[in-house]
Design a protein around this ligand. Structure first.
Ligand SMILES: NC(=O)c1ccc[n+]([C@@H]2O[C@H](COP(=O)([O-])OP(=O)(O)OC[C@H]3O[C@@H](n4cnc5c(N)ncnc54)[C@H](OP(=O)(O)O)[C@@H]3O)[C@@H](O)[C@H]2O)c1
Length: 304
């Protein structure tokens, strides 16, 4: 059933989106119409999620979303990213890439366009200027950055502000298992500048979903990264999440995502199925108490 979810303004852009979005870096395996992804797209919108995160380097993810948009009467806000690959050395490369992303997504205007990561020797100021050009050309409604530290965030904000354009967001890794945005001051800088911190891998690639532990390990590449030693080490955190989830009638994922909402950030958990999209949307509309937040943060074996 369709319902309204809580919304937030992305930065100071007047663009309102759900306080939790969805990530699609696993949506890129096939380029044609995909009924599973179409069903997930519908579940996303039915659950009140109105922000979809993609990137030109996520395989065929943009094309897959484009198919869904063409087939649907509803449309979420779409965020995609420019990859400043080593041969892309100037502003024109970004504008051409943005036009190609628009075409793949079947859109005439992007909602949010991001620089995917800093790329020395090209200066951040060059890319910030190109982002401003894209807004002025009417190619995107809002712009942002990704994987930028506090000083880099300030530099881009300054260039955009000089052209009267808000920096909508900085998308970085942030979860109960990756808390550096709190420790390096990025979360505070974003708050000070009115920039939304978008949290990618908010479930630590599924390790905070509650379904993995040292006896139930993920397959594929994640099996190498999240080995049984790692999962044993985070077990106390998984137990704390489960305690709170059971007491509240929520899922472990919902509690892990709600912790990010409590920090004032916007999580974009990946969803591989309609069920995952619906469950993740259930992290919205309520908040952990400060005692519950403190309980999660007191688990001091966390690797950051
Ligand atoms: N800007 C950047 O540089 C950057 C970098 C990385 C990612 N991102 C973005 O961030 C998004 C999220 O990151 P991510 O997808 O890598 O990691 P994530 O959101 O931490 O984890 C997603 C994975 O967790 C599992 N999952 C999700 N919801 C679940 C639920 N309700 N119950 C049980 N399992 C659930 C799924 O995998 P299984 O079912 O297979 O376990 C899913 O693929 C990406 O899709 C991408 O859009 C951006």
């Amino acid at each position: 059933m369709e319902h309204e979810a809580e919304t937030v303004e992305l930065g100071r852009t007047n663009l309102r989106v759900s306080s939790l979005g969805v990530g699609t870096n696993t949506w890129g395996s096939r380029a044609g119409p995909d009924p599973d992804k179409r069903a997930t797209f519908d579940a996303i919108l039915d659950s009140g999620i109105t922000l979809i995160d993609t990137a030109e380097v996520y395989g065929a993810s943009e094309q897959t979303i484009g198919h869904c948009i063409r087939e649907s009467t509803r449309r979420p806000a779409v965020l995609t990213k420019f990859a400043p690959l080593p041969w892309r050395l100037g502003k024109r490369a970004m504008i051409s890439a943005l036009r190609r992303s628009l075409s793949r997504l079947s859109l005439t205007t992007m909602d949010v366009y991001l620089l995917h990561f800093p790329s020395p020797p090209v200066s951040l100021e060059t890319w910030a200027d190109a982002l401003a050009d894209a807004v002025e050309a009417g190619l995107t409604r809002a712009v942002g950055i990704s994987n930028c530290n506090p000083a880099q965030t300030r530099r881009v904000h300054t260039v955009l502000a000089a052209r009267g354009i808000p920096l909508a967001c900085n998308e970085v890794g942030f979860s109960l298992l990756r808390r550096n945005p709190e420790h390096n001051g990025l979360l505070n800088v974003c708050k000070e500048l009115g920039v939304t911190l978008i949290a990618y891998q908010p479930l630590a690639s599924g390790m905070l979903s509650g379904k993995y532990d040292s006896k139930h390990r993920p397959g594929g590449i994640r099996r190498l990264i999240y080995n049984s030693r790692y999962l044993t080490r985070i077990q106390p955190l998984l137990e704390a999440l489960k305690r709170i989830a059971d007491a509240r009638g929520k899922t472990v994922s919902q509690v892990a995502l709600n912790w990010i909402l409590c920090k004032g950030a916007l999580p974009i958990p990946g969803a591989k199925s309609p069920e995952q999209a619906r469950l993740n949307a259930g992290a919205m509309g309520w908040r952990l108490t400060s005692a519950e937040v403190a309980e999660l943060e007191a688990v001091d074996i966390l690797p950051h």
